[in-house]
Design a protein around this ligand. Structure first.
Ligand code: PEP
Ligand code: MN
Length: 343
């Protein structure tokens, strides 16, 4: 629900209205346009009666929001959101590339890949310490030791770190050690985890569940945003379809759909999206051409010996070439760094 406020509403009146809504357990969002002042209401608005609200002299009009997500939607936040973290920015016309191995395997491995991806122009280091493996017999990640190694690599290269959390038991560790907290596809609908991560105040990257619709992804984002502290980055990483030629079907159309529906930055992961290293570069280019704000790419120094996802990991040399190509495509759409020619 959106309340359009009277032009002459005073700050005191608006604050009183806000307090009234908070007392009903609702979340309010200030939506200020050039000539309009509006207040978005999220939460259980079933008990809020529009006619009763209109009796208030502060409220001019009540608009019902039909979308099932609110805080992630453009109705509540018309302008694009850009998120700055550790000297890097996601959204706002830049191209943020998060690159690194599927899993942290050793200090030597993560340091060497971190240096490689930084030299190639990546702005974040990715790497899994807690791995959501389908088989309980597969390598499960280095856990807390992995987080320490990521931190060391971050300190040595200056790259902020993005890595996946799987359990509430590690909230404090992630709060301390990590720059962007990743919610993996398998946990996209782990609602208690989403809420708790949203209370930390760190940027959260949410990957689309393999069987999740776009609206479900945006509702997951609302779970995090409800905490009022943590900004969200959305990630398309492929969905399950009948097609078996690729590991998942990368839904490139999700990029313009998400950009239309949501103000949040959208990145694409062509590594998990395809499952094949040869397909990573063409799909990265397609994603950038479709208007995404960034990419997540798995890179490994020797993919044939990787402990996880070697088949979809590109070598540092290929990553370097990919970066050159995606930057060219991005420049075609957005102009040079800092200029935005996109329509
Ligand atoms: C990952 O990024 O390492 C990962 C496991 O991805 P997803 O959750 O998309 O499968
Ligand atoms: Mn992986």
């Amino acid at each position: 629900m959106i309340l359009v406020l009277q032009q002459n509403a005073t700050n005191a009146q608006i604050e009183a209205l806000q307090a009234q809504m908070h007392a009903r357990g609702l979340i309010t969002q200030d939506i200020t346009g050039e000539h309009t002042h509006m207040m978005g209401l999220a939460g259980d608005v079933s008990g809020v009666d529009a006619d009763t609200l209109l009796r208030s002299e502060v409220i001019e009009r009540v608009i019902k929001v039909s979308e099932p997500y609110k805080l992630a939607g453009r109705r509540f936040h018309p302008g694009d959101t850009a998120i700055s973290v550790g000297g890097a920015t996601v959204g706002g016309g830049s191209l943020a590339v998060m690159a690194g191995p599927c899993s942290v395997e050793s200090e030597e491995q993560i340091l060497s890949i971190a240096r490689d991806v930084k030299n190639a122009g990546a702005s974040f280091l990715r790497g899994g310490a807690f791995k959501p493996r389908s088989s309980p017999y597969s390598f499960q990640g280095l856990g807390l030791d992995g987080l320490e190694l990521l931190k060391t690599a971050s300190e040595k290269t200056g790259l902020p770190v993005v890595t996946e959390i799987m359990s509430q038991a590690h909230l404090a560790d992630f709060e301390r050690e990590v720059d962007v907290i990743q919610i993996g596809a398998r946990n996209m609908q782990n609602f208690p985890l989403l809420r708790d991560v949203g209370a930390l105040g760190k940027p959260v990257l949410i990957k689309r569940g393999a069987s999740a619709s776009i609206d479900e992804l945006l509702m997951a984002a609302d779970y995090v945003l409800m905490g009022g502290k943590s900004p969200v980055i959305l990630c398309e990483r492929g969905i399950r379809t009948f097609e078996t030629a690729t590991r998942n079907t990368l839904d490139i159309s999700a990029v313009p759909v998400l950009k239309e529906k949501s103000h949040l930055p959208v990145i694409v992961d062509p590594s998990h999206g395809t499952g094949h290293w040869r397909l990573v570069e063409p799909m990265a280019m397609a994603a950038v051409a479709a208007g995404c704000d960034g990419l997540m790419i798995e890179v490994h120094g020797s993919p044939e010996t990787a402990l996880c996802d070697g088949q979809q990991s590109v070598t540092p040399a290929l990553f370097h070439r990919l970066m050159g190509r995606v930057k060219e495509i991005h420049a075609l759409l957005h102009g040079k760094e800092g200029e935005n020619y996109a329509g």
